[in-house]
Ligand binder design. Structure first.
Ligand SMILES: [Cu+2]
Length: 160
């Protein structure tokens, strides 16, 4: 009787510890790649006539710290839909800006300092994703927890 009660206690304690581990692991995983409030540091090189990288990817909720360098002539940096406008970045120099990617979608990046014949075509793109993977991770964590409980309850019936 006493031993059985102790076994039950140990079993419950084990379940709680495992649940704790699973949720901590799940949260860490979620925040490592796709979680909210991630700060991403990106260096963008502006040249005649483009940006490198030409596409900046972010997850919704990310804060982007963007450093823009100019490689050849005077360039600028702005993003449609954002209140960002860096002008007259001289070659070899750089300028920093910061933005909060709050809205999913594609936003055109432009050079806003006239820099030559193909200046109007000097564009890039900011792609803000929905940030769905963290939802999947959360779901996976919940399912794994349920599975653990089921395993322990069934195991208990066999041994007890
Ligand atoms: Cu330019």
């Amino acid at each position: 009787m006493g031993i059985r009660l102790r076994r039950t206690k140990v079993r419950i304690l084990t379940i709680l510890i495992l649940l704790g581990l699973v949720s901590v692991f799940g949260m860490n995983f979620a925040s490592s790649e796709h979680g909210p409030h991630q700060v991403r540091y990106i260096t963008v090189q502006a040249y005649r006539w483009g940006f490198s990288p030409s596409v900046i990817k972010a997850d919704r909720g990310d804060t982007l710290v963007v450093k823009v360098e100019s490689l050849d002539s005077v360039h600028g940096f702005s993003i449609d839909g954002y209140d960002i406008s860096i002008k007259d970045i001289i070659p070899g120099d750089n300028a920093k800006t910061q933005l909060y990617a709050g809205t999913p979608g594609k936003f055109k990046i432009r050079c806003n300092t006239i820099c030559g014949a193909l200046h109007p075509f000097m564009t890039g793109e900011l792609v803000v994703e929905q940030n769905i993977p963290s939802t999947y991770t959360l779901l996976l964590t919940v399912l794994l927890s349920i599975a653990l409980i089921a395993i322990f309850l069934l195991g208990g019936r066999d041994n007890g």
